[in-house]
Design a protein around this ligand. Structure first.
Ligand SMILES: C[S@@+](CC[C@H](N)C(=O)[O-])C[C@H]1O[C@@H](n2cnc3c(N)ncnc32)[C@H](O)[C@@H]1O
Length: 319
């Protein structure tokens, strides 16, 4: 068993600059990548278990029922997961490829911005699949990345589950796809989970559950800013809101319950009563709409699978 760790984590200074920039915009916004400190990662795992959050169940059902077909498409080399979280979904693929051809893959590369969670998950995974080299890379996948030398020469297939592509605005999603195509190289491919357009009656409860776990997940961002950037947010003075915007996305934000002033990294930030701080978008796609975006980024869509209820899609794109 080998586990290598590469730390390209953005510095605290970069985080401070990016967060202050977001708070100075007319529509205050903080990128969703900041939601995932250790508690955030745990709360996200709890979200995945919620009855209203159909996404994880639907995607896992697709991977389970099509595992061997997908493993055949993935082939050999290294499987690189972007935003690997608890590395749960990839185990379905690793098991399938073990059954199929005694393990054509030689390496699993887990890339995530949440360092502690990344290391914990990779240690568990490396123990379960000792035949694979496991590489943990702590990095921001929206920033340029250069592969460590051992990885640069391998064939690489990307795995981007969880509909994380939906967190990016369409132009950013196009940039991510085009960059990933270059990173994965001419022999590669990308297996990507994409949530489908559907009625607000199904979407809104998925992002604002009855138990309030999604709300706790978003509010934890303020706790993180208090701890890491010396901010003084009073969590009692914000409430969580998620709604479907007919532009085709869920919008998640924290809404100020009153007019208030907050200090963040030494800067004063004023919130009006009812003003929102955007924490996340989740764009929803049609199969054709996503394939058109993938083509624009230079990928060739090869295969798409849906779950029984046609809630979620998994695409295999060839570089
Ligand atoms: C929505 S969770 C998905 C986790 C898992 N892949 C799944 O499908 O259940 C997003 C994961 O991506 C990571 N992440 C979010 N933004 C990131 C970024 N810009 N760069 C690297 N990792 C990121 C988070 O830390 C988290 O583990």
């Amino acid at each position: 068993m080998t586990l290598r760790f590469y730390d390209f984590h953005p510095s605290l200074g970069d985080m401070r600059t990016e967060i202050l920039q977001g708070l100075r915009q007319p529509q205050k916004a903080i990128a969703p990548k900041f939601l995932y400190d250790k508690t955030g990662a745990e709360l996200f795992n709890a979200v995945c278990e919620l009855p209203e959050y159909y996404l994880t169940r639907a995607e896992m059902a697709i991977l389970q029922s099509r595992g061997e077909e997908i493993a055949r498409l993935i082939g050999d080399g290294a499987l690189v997961e972007f935003g690997s979280g608890s590395c749960q979904k990839v185990q379905i693929l690793l098991d399938a490829q073990r059954r199929l051809n005694n393990g054509a893959l030689s390496a699993y590369v887990s890339l995530d911005i949440s360092k502690e969670h990344l290391l914990e998950s990779c240690q568990k995974l490396a123990a379960l699949y000792p035949e694979l080299e496991t590489d943990a890379i702590c990095a921001d996948y929206t920033q340029p990345l250069v592969w460590p030398e051992e990885l640069a020469r391998r064939r690489k297939v990307g795995f981007f589950p969880g509909s994380s592509i939906g967190n990016l605005e369409p132009q950013e999603a196009l940039t991510f796809l085009a960059d990933s195509r270059r990173l994965l190289g001419p022999e590669g491919g990308l297996l990507i989970g994409v949530d489908l357009q559907k009625s607000a009656a199904i979407l809104e409860p998925a992002y604002a559950d009855a138990q309030g776990i999604s709300a706790a997940f978003a509010l934890n961002l303020l706790r993180r800013l208090n701890r890491e950037l010396g901010a003084d947010f009073d969590l009692e003075r914000f409430t969580y809101r998620a709604f479907y915007n007919p532009l085709g996305r869920i919008e998640m934000s924290l809404v100020s319950l009153r007019e208030q002033t907050v200090r963040v990294a030494g800067e004063v930030v004023v919130f009006r009563a009812g003003e929102s701080l955007l924490t996340e978008y989740s764009y929803k796609y049609s199969v054709d709409g996503f394939q058109a975006l993938a083509r624009k980024a230079g990928y060739q869509p090869k295969q798409v699978w849906l779950d029984e209820d046609r809630l979620f899609s998994v695409h295999y794109l060839q570089v």
